[in-house]
Ligand binder design. Structure first.
Ligand SMILES: [Fe+2]
Ligand SMILES: [Fe+2]
Length: 187
């Protein structure tokens, strides 16, 4: 299949800013973002660094990662084989956004913040590692050639980086009523 690429807006500037390679297998890119979020959860649990800055970074990453998956990755991989898993995935994103929205509205020293953060970590770990990495990604690897996964990775990365410049966590509370809409199956 042929993937339609978005124009790579402002890539030179963003490449310098983020210092990353422009050719990235989408599955490796998303997996490495999952690992970065794992590290942020671990640092927050251990009480390392600036708690407010770490939580803002985590919330921004979760928001940008989810949006890039919902708007670029999931639509591109929709098929008879992945449809049920993708429907489950957007419902899991919704559950994650609801807990994240609660945390965004709380003070960092609220008694329930630590407990709620632990629930968020467990939900994200289940969705990212069990549902996506173990189940969905192997299906995608079988469906697409490496150059197609790289093209999709670039598209996901452009959206992710553009969003990260805007504090995307701010839109999360407005995304807690319904799961993201997926396109119909065409193959
Ligand atoms: Fe996801
Ligand atoms: Fe993911």
């Amino acid at each position: 299949m042929v993937l339609r690429l978005q124009p790579l807006r402002g890539m030179g500037f963003l490449r310098k800013l983020f210092n990353k390679d422009t050719t990235t297998d989408v599955l490796e890119l998303l997996t490495s973002q999952h690992s970065e979020m794992d590290e942020l959860f671990a640092m927050l649990e251990k009480g390392e660094g600036n708690r407010a800055a770490l939580f803002t970074e985590l919330a921004d990453m979760l928001a940008a990662h989810s949006t890039a998956e919902e708007k670029v990755f999931y639509p591109a991989i929709m098929s008879k084989d992945t449809e049920a898993k993708l429907q489950e995935s957007v419902e899991e994103h919704l559950a994650i956004k609801r807990v994240l929205a609660d945390l965004i509205s709380m003070k960092l020293d609220d008694d329930m913040f630590v407990a709620k953060l632990k629930v968020l970590k467990e939900q994200v770990a289940h969705h990212a590692h069990e549902e996506e990495e173990k189940d969905l990604f192997p299906k995608v690897k079988d469906m697409f050639a490496s150059h197609e996964r790289a093209a999709l990775g670039n598209e996901v990365l452009v959206m992710f980086e553009d969003l990260m410049l805007t504090h995307p966590y701010k839109t999360v509370p407005a995304e807690t009523a319904f799961a993201a809409k997926l396109p119909p199956v065409t193959r």
